[in-house]
Structures are given as structure tokens and as C-alpha cells.
Design a binder for this molecule. Sequence first.
Ligand code: SF4
Length: 95
Amino acid sequence: MLENREKIMEKTTKRFPVIDSADCNLCQGCVDVEPDVFYYDENSGRIVVQELAEYPVAQVDEAIKNCPRDCISWDILEKMPLSRNFTEEEILGIG
Ligand code: SF4
């Protein structure tokens, strides 16, 4: 039962990288590591995270590891309220 609940939690959350722009020095190291995720936005003058359905964990972890200002981190997006009570059928994987 616990395994099914964990599967539900996976479906209801999404990890995505965030950048603390206040600390970012615009070195573009993250862009060099993973240009499909990070890019320099000329309009805002900031490094921006692309909106993707999923993020390449290894490459983002590499960008996090190499960021000289430690200003990249993972955050979690809740796709639906985790506080809601799941039905027994959902937890059992038959709902
Ligand atoms: S590696 Fe870090 S400091 Fe450099 S541009 Fe990316 S987020 Fe900013």
C-alpha cells in the first residue's frame, strides 16, 4: 500500500530548478552545462529556467554543483493539493 501511495505522490509533484537571481552573477555557467534548461533572458537580464515537462536531473545537479554562487536549487511543484485525502482505491492502485 505504501508503494502505491508513493506512486501517487510522484504523480502529484514535480521537481524543477529555481535560481535565486539576487545571488546570481550571470556567469552563465549553468547555461554552458545545460542550455536546454537554463538561458540568459536579454529582456529581464536574468538567467531563466525553461518550462519543461520534466527536467534532466543529472544535468541540473551538475549545474547546481558548479554554480559559483550556490544560487540554483530544486523546488517542488504540487500538481494537485497533497492535503486532499486519497480514496482507498487510489492508494491501492485500482482507482
Ligand atoms: S551558474 Fe549560478 S551564478 Fe552562474 S549564471 Fe548560473 S545561476 Fe547564475
